[in-house]
Design a protein around this ligand. Sequence first.
Ligand code: PLP
Length: 365
Amino acid sequence: MTDSVSALIAQWIRDDVRAMHAYHVPDATGMIKLDAMENPFVLFGDNDAALREQWLEHLQMADLNRYPDPQAPAVKRALRDVLSIADSYDILLGNGSDEIIQLLIQAVAKPGAVVMAPVPGFVMYNVLSGINQVAFVGVDLRADFALDMPAMLDAIAQHAPALTFLAWPNNPTGNLWSLDEVEQIIKASSGLVVLDEAYTAFTEADALPLLDKYDNLLVMRTLSKIGLAGLRLGYLVARPEWINEFDKIRMPYNINVLTQASVSFALANYDKLMEQAAQLIAQRQILSTQLAELPGVEVYPSEANFLLLRCTAKNAGEVFADLKVKNILVKHLSAAHPLLENCLRVTVSTELENKAFVAALKEVL
Ligand SMILES: *Cc1c(COP(=O)(O)O)cnc(C)c1O
């Protein structure tokens, strides 16, 4: 039986799919979870018990027996309101921005198409290109994680990418490309440039005003890093003509009824989410200062809700494992890219969890 299934798999499943590994998420039960840039605050927690009640009442009205509205108009209206998105632009919603990345790649996946991004960068650009059998070209950052502009511009000229992703700020390095660099890349590209602003809440940078200037620009964001990772809602803002094309290949019911109901309620309380982001920015400064004082680690500047560290005295794999024994889960990045050798990425969390992390790291080092 098993043998015949293996033979059938070999016969029918794509060779590249058989060679892939499923996306691995480590078990974090009972741990302080600092590996995935989640927001540590509970939405409408104990301090907001009244709001929590209202939210639950609101959810009771959701028609779970009906398919969701495929355009999620209440969600889009709420996004337009809180972000002041002009009527001249449209919004595409995704089941997380991961799904939007997938849609964009599928839409440009002609034979010979290339997707490009600086590396180390967000892994899904590469992973989803592979799944869709589109070539991915990664352009190495410099050792200090700045963009290598001559290399970027050369690669754009050589490969004419259909799609270039710029995470702004970048994950996992945490830094921000300059506006001038971003505009040079957009101008040099005949293809689409996606500014991925997953961390927009934690930086002053804002790509939305650039939409007025460039026909080939798309701006992508997500609610995941501001406290709603579990709802899975990403969005793309762009000219209606672009959105119209991508909308054709979107699964019609990709944003479920409970997500639609929760997001429109949460966005009506957007100030709460922004207060939490402000707290995390303050904590980022405190944590960064404390880590900079520790011998044995180097801390990189960050405009996001995480910090990138390089272990200089002890192997990062050992530091990762020793932290795990102390019930603290961070992300070990040595294998992700040669520039990340001995690097760990840690999410900025509450004062209490950050303190626990620093104390544990001190002992481990
Ligand atoms: C986390 C992250 C995303 C994906 O977010 P989801 O909306 O949760 O799918 C996209 N881009 C970057 C750079 C990220 O770090």
